[in-house]
Design a protein around this ligand. Structure first.
Ligand code: NAD
Length: 380
């Protein structure tokens, strides 16, 4: 069975799906691994290291895509890439199937078996394959570093001969994987941290990291199947914004991470709320690519609004590509282990991880949420 690592084509994608150390382990398990020339270059993993790990470097892009049994990527698939895949082959990547269901439809038409790393169930057994978490963790850390670099102030309290510096105040909105890492990182840098989430059960996790939980009691259910947040009503969003206004105004830094899978990111920070922040304050909006949690956010840009800097990063894990690729490679190899027996492909759809992560197989879209998203996208 041939497994191949594709070179990412998007300019801002510097990660790679497998790193040499993980390739060496897969080769030892009897798998044949091919790597597209230069696939790991932007992550500082060079062709020579892959060769030494036992992989074959392939420079003919067309035959590489056409002949591979299992193609591994990390970034979303381009339309042209779907057409190049081998019919009946397998592709594993972050597919964004809810945000781009038409590409899933095309994969099904081409009889490609597609695994979406976003769809790995969030269960204890699947933790080792949970690429959403491995990458969100990196994002949460880097968001705080970006904010601290843009803030014209110290983070920690300092007692100096010239007087005492007050610690920075950080507010984290959305305390999932990224938010919890942002809290931990801001605390390590010495800031005073508050955090908020619509899922009340994260209160204890927030407090255990030394942050204060901002309680916004909502009179509706906020948790959906799988432990994810639900999209809340406009009334609840309005109430949330009212409670948070004073907290935003008092913060030097606001890190927003709130997301609802398959939906536009909830608007948590309005322009009016930004107006009340002190000049020099910084917002890092980790939901920029999903429309943003802040009304001033522009994805991929730093925006100035009344003296406040709003940073809208689109791929934070990609800025820490060495560790992001290493962790993703471990996630992928754990998934491959479930899919391969004695060096041969063995897809067991009774397994909840295989079944949950596989979005197309045998010409069919297998996931109901993707089918629903497709129906909306094509307007039926
Ligand atoms: P996510 O990226 O989907 O969302 C980030 C956070 O935004 C979440 O905490 C969510 O509650 C919050 N949010 C959504 N709407 C909001 C709003 N209007 N206001 C404020 N906050 C809002 O989340 P994630 O980090 O991927 O985690 C999703 C779920 O999966 C969580 O329940 C998490 O605990 C769980 N999880 C489980 C495992 C596991 O068991 N193996 C691993 C990772 C995550």
């Amino acid at each position: 069975m041939r497994i191949a690592v594709a070179k990412e084509t998007l300019v801002d994608e510097s990660r790679v799906a497998l790193v040499p150390d993980v390739v060496a382990k897969l080769v030892k398990q009897g798998l044949e691994v091919e790597v597209e020339t230069g696939a790991g270059e932007k992550s500082f993993f060079f062709d020579k290291a892959y060769e030494e790990a036992g992989a074959k470097i392939i420079s003919d892009n067309d035959s590489f895509w056409r002949e591979t049994d299992v193609l591994l990527k990390i970034g979303v698939l381009q339309d042209s890439e779907v057409e190049k895949l081998k019919e009946g082959g397998i592709v594993i990547t972050f597919l964004n199937p809810l945000g781009n269901p038409t590409i899933v439809q095309r994969l099904a038409e081409r009889k490609i078996t597609a695994f979406s790393m976003e769809m790995i169930p969030r269960t204890s057994r699947a933790q080792v394959m949970d690429a959403l978490s491995s990458q969100a963790n990196i994002g949460g850390y880097k968001a705080v570093l970006l904010a601290s670099a843009a803030l014209p102030k110290f983070f920690p309290m300092l007692t100096t001969a010239a007087g005492t510096i007050k610690p920075a105040k950080v507010l984290v909105m959305g305390a999932g994987v990224a938010g919890l890492q942002a809290i931990a990182t801001a605390r390590r840098l010495g800031a005073i941290v508050e955090a908020f989430d619509i899922r009340p059960e994260v209160k204890e996790q927030v407090q255990s990291l030394g942050a204060k939980f901002v309680d916004v009691t909502l009179k509706e259910s906020t948790v959906a199947e799988g432990g994810y947040a639900k999209e809340i009503s406009e009334q609840a969003k309005q109430h949330t914004r009212e409670v948070l206004t004073q907290h935003v105004a008092a913060s030097d830094i606001v890190i927003t991470t709130a997301q609802v899978p398959g939906k536009k990111a909830p608007l948590l920070v309005t322009k009016e709320m930004v107006d009340q922040m002190k000049p020099g304050s910084v917002i890092v909006d980790m939901a920029a690519i999903q429309g943003g949690n802040c009304e001033c956010t522009e994805a991929g840009k730093d925006v100035e609004w009344n003296g406040v800097t709003i940073i809208g990063p689109v791929n934070l894990p990609g800025t820490m590509q060495v560790h992001a690729s290493e962790l993703y490679a471990k996630n992928i190899s754990a998934l491959l282990k479930l899919m391969v027996k004695d060096g041969e492909l063995n897809l067991n759809f009774e397994d909840d991880i295989i079944s949950g992560a596989c979005v197309t197989h045998d010409g069919e879209i297998r996931n109901q949420r993707v089918k629903d998203a497709l129906a909306v996208a094509v307007g039926s």
